[in-house]
Ligand binder design. Structure first.
Ligand code: ZN
Length: 350
């Protein structure tokens, strides 16, 4: 028989314990600790970035001079031109700058200086794809002039010599590979592919390692990952062929290699459509049509359906469940039928 008292007693004891605990750890303190943990990673990277900042200009000022000698930011220019997200600094209220863009916190430059702005409305030195452009846009075709026809200095190979491609663009083991990997030796020079301005130069421990992203004047953006170091900083202008860093094995990398991406409005397409790392046998074309075909694989990856692996799952079971085949699941994930499925991992099924 179960009396009311037996039920009541443990409940009472637990309730008392709960309130005693609460009085020792006020909810505000708990909450602060919680949020601190969440934002810890972010703060760390920010403090790294702050060390690297060498301002081109210090505001407020009536006028300032860019590194290339150009004088910008007249007092009478309209502050209303500055996108909302860049209005972080008090410009003495009357100081007004037209088309002013923040390259890094506290580092500004006139947007007209960045020709790539015909293609992009924002400048951001944290995110690889900050543009929020719908993937429907991938269906549009665009004719890009990559450099002036006949100007051999308008483009350059990212690596000084021919290198084996070790991993291609597209579906790969567990995740989509937005670029290609090529073999290299640690310390090899890595060159900017076209003229442009460094948009990102930072370190990502679990991803690209030391990496650089360049916004080019032709509308493309290129990314160079896993370097041993970079020798440029965000906001710096570079010419095609200029050395931006040295080959390495940093971040999520299991051997010295260059991870190389070419993106347009945030979306990567196959770099091998433009560049021949293995043979150097064809030149980068001066005029390039970016079409829906360039994004076929990426569009397919956007339609994906994923399954979280549970204990007892097998490729066969999963393929039955989603009405697909084991071969197709293997292809989508870049795995073989013998690959061990790890519980908790996500697998793409469509
Ligand atoms: Zn890669």
């Amino acid at each position: 028989m179960c009396s009311k008292n037996q039920v009541f007693k443990p409940t009472f004891v637990y309730l008392t314990l709960f309130f005693i605990l609460l009085s020792f750890s006020p909810s505000e303190v708990v909450a602060q600790g919680f949020f601190k943990k969440i934002f810890k990673g972010k703060n760390k990277t920010e403090s790294i970035d702050k060390k690297e900042i060498t301002p081109i200009v210090t505001l407020p000022k009536d006028t300032f001079t860019l590194e290339n000698g150009e004088e910008v930011c007249q007092q009478e220019d309209a502050i209303s031109q500055i996108p909302e997200k860049y209005k972080r600094i008090d410009f003495n209220k009357t100081e007004q700058c037209e088309n002013l863009v923040e390259l890094q916190p506290g580092q500004f430059c006139d947007a007209t200086y960045l020709d790539g702005f015909d293609y992009y409305k924002t400048w951001d030195n944290w995110n690889v794809n900050p543009y929020n452009i719908s993937s429907n846009a991938l269906k549009d075709s665009i004719a890009l002039q990559l450099y002036t026809e006949g100007d051999s200095t308008g483009w350059a190979y990212p690596l000084s010599k021919k290198e084996r491609v070790t991993s291609k663009y597209g579906f790969r083991r567990w995740r989509f590979h937005h670029g290609i990997d090529t073999h290299l030796s640690i310390g090899d020079s890595i060159h900017a592919m076209f003229d442009g301005v460094i948009r990102i130069a930072k370190y990502n421990r679990r991803g690209y390692g030391y990496y650089v992203m360049i916004r080019h004047k032709n509308g493309l953006e290129t990314l160079y990952g896993h370097m041993s170091r970079y020798i440029v900083k965000a906001g710096q202008e570079v010419k095609a062929g200029e050395v931006i860093g040295l080959g390495g094995n940093t971040g999520r990398s299991t051997g010295p290699h260059l991870h190389f991406e070419i993106r347009y409005q945030g979306y990567g397409f196959n770099p091998q459509d433009l560049i021949d790392f293995e043979n150097h046998s064809f030149d980068v074309p001066a005029n390039f049509d970016l079409t829906a075909k360039s994004y076929e694989l990426l569009i397919e990856s956007k339609k994906s359906v994923y399954h979280r692996i549970r204990s007892g799952d097998s490729l066969w079971k999963i393929s039955r469940r989603y009405g697909t085949s084991m071969t197709k699941i293997c292809r989508l994930n870049g795995i073989s039928k013998r690959t061990t499925l790890r519980v908790g991992r996500t697998i793409r099924v469509r």
